[in-house]
Design a protein around this ligand. Structure first.
Ligand code: NAD
Length: 492
């Protein structure tokens, strides 16, 4: 087994690497070669309880929640420095366990989270109003009330991540949790646990007190314990809407705060006056970026009927230039799906699209000449009606659909006719109209003419409708991990 890393793959509990109580192991495979690259412990319920207990003790008795924000910010900057030193290793692990192509492994997957960490420590934390005066008010018949509003760390947090952007998603939760003064148990997805285990080394280098961060590797059983254990105060979950619903229900029994970042089927509205080259590039990126395994990718292209054929031609020309293969090969522009199960799920949805009468304009099958690896061709459906399964269901694979519209109102109606509301886009030379349409799309983030690209840490990231609850990044992300306390006194 060729392991792409030098760090410990043991659990990280109470500031120490431990083996765990179970002999069960998760086998991590490179999805491009199907070869095992690591084995990590499958944490038992006892292991998870030990991690939660360590986080609870660190919260109730340790120094971290009581440190000044400026002291916590200094520790986060030490963490960022260590990450920067070890970026090449992080990139190599990401390519091997998640199947990212190099540009993605070097940008969104690794450097953006580090930039996000620095932004939190250098800009958001110093500017945040941790304490603010409560305006004096006259309580009729009871005199004057005044006091202070104070933000305090929420408590012990369970941070549960999806497989597709392992380090990025773990850090999206960990950064605000640590900034707020919370303690945490982090559980990465079972298919991609390695990058998150490396975060234990970063915590050591930053001098985080023991128990502030704990990392357990495991699957459903570990996740269930993390969302039901009464010592946990907050659950932040990124994953499918199906599991998100379970997490919401599991956490309800002990009334935990829940932040959910779930799926998407995001619409890109292309008006007749759009920059077609840009709109086509964005549609191609929606299909091919990480082989379509991105929650906020623009996978539904809604195009004015007068320019439908021209746009489709441009998308097809772009897809014809995509090279599918092992990310370790520098010429590859699109890598594999994470597993055979994920590939079969996407293939079944493609067959459903055909049965429902949509046309495959490109792809639809497995690429020739790749005997190993969970690869699929980039695929485009035309002749799609928004009521079809393929227009409503998240593929989480390299598949896009194109739907024509006649009026702006119809475009907005189609965009909003979805159970999801994570992201959206508008393409138009008339930027005032584009802005007005952006305001009508019921989604957490909308880009105009390609702006933002969905990874700006100064944005607030999150979903409307069944795409989730709460926000990540920046001060809105920080606020999710804080309680607000009012302390009042009399004016006498
Ligand atoms: P998943 O829902 O299968 O698993 C997510 C995590 O939940 C894993 O760590 C898993 O072990 C854990 N889990 C499973 N059952 C659980 C339970 N009963 N209780 C608690 N935890 C449990 O998702 P996935 O296949 O890893 O990721 C793909 C999904 O994630 C897609 O739907 C995608 O849209 C979504 N996603 C959303 C965002 C976002 O920010 N909105 C980002 C990335 C991925």
């Amino acid at each position: 087994m060729t392991t792409p890393y030098s760090f410990s793959s043991r659990l990280y509990i109470g500031g120490r690497r431990v083996d765990g109580t179970s002999d069960a192991r998760l086998v991590v495979r490179n999805p491009a070669t199907e070869e095992p690259i690591a084995e990590v412990p499958e944490a038992s319920v006892e292991d998870v309880r030990a991690a939660v207990q360590a986080a609870r003790t660190a919260f109730d008795e340790g120094p971290w929640p009581r440190r000044k924000p400026v002291e916590r910010a200094a520790a986060l900057l030490r963490m960022a420095e260590e990450m920067e030193h070890r970026l090449p290793e992080l990139v190599a692990v990401n390519m091997a366990e998640a199947g990212s192509v190099r540009w993605l492994a070097e940008s969104i997957q690794t450097r953006i989270p580090v930039a996000h960490l620095r932004d939190m420590a250098e800009r958001v934390m110093p500017a945040f109003a941790w304490e603010r005066p409560m305006e004096p008010t006259i309580a009729p018949g009871a005199g004057i009330a005044q006091g202070q509003l104070r933000h305090e760390p929420f408590g012990v947090c369970s941070l549960i991540a999806a497989y597709n952007f392992p380090f990025f998603l773990s850090m999206m939760k960990l950064i605000p949790a640590l900034a707020a003064g919370c303690t945490a148990v982090l559980k990465p997805a079972p298919a991609t646990p390695l990058e998150s285990l490396l975060i234990g080394d970063f915590a050591d280098a930053a001098g985080l007190p023991p128990g502030v961060l704990n990392i357990v590797t495991g699957g459903t059983e570990a996740g269930r314990e993390l969302t039901t254990n009464p010592m946990v105060d907050l659950v932040s979950f990124t994953g499918s809407d199906a599991v998100g619903r379970m997490v919401y229900a599991q956490a309800a029994a002990s009334v935990k705060k829940v932040v959910l970042e779930l799926g998407g089927k995001s619409a890109s509205i292309v008006r007749a006056d759009a920059d077609f080259a840009g709109a086509a590039r964005s549609a191609i990126a929606g299909i091919t970026t990480h082989a379509g395994q991105g929650c906020s990718l623009l996978t539904r292209t809604i195009v004015h009927e007068s320019v439908h054929d021209e746009l489709v031609e441009r998308i097809l020309a772009g897809l014809a230039g995509v090279t599918v293969g092992d990310p370790a090969d520098g010429s590859t522009t699109m890598g594999p799906l994470i597993s055979e199960a994920q590939r079969e799920k996407v293939e079944n949805l493609i067959r459903t699209g055909e049965r429902e009468g949509a046309s495959i304009a490109a792809g639809g099958g497995r690429p020739a000449g790749l005997a190993k690896g969970y690869f699929l061709e980039p695929t485009l459906f035309t002749g799609v009606d928004n009521s079809m399964t393929i227009a409503r269901t998240e593929f989480f694979g390299p598949v896009g659909v194109v739907i024509p519209f006649r009026t702006d109102d119809e475009a907005v109606r189609i965009a909003n006719d979805s159970p999801y509301g994570l992201a959206g886009a508008v393409w138009s030379a008339d930027t005032a109209t584009a802005y007005e349409i952006a305001g009508r799309i019921r989604a957490g983030g909308v880009s105009i003419n390609g702006g933002g690209a969905g990874v700006n840490p100064r944005a607030a990231f999150g979903g409307y409708k069944q795409s989730g609850l709460g926000r990540e990044w920046g001060e809105f992300g920080l606020a999710e991990y804080l309680q607000t306390k009012s302390i009042s006194w009399t004016a006498r």
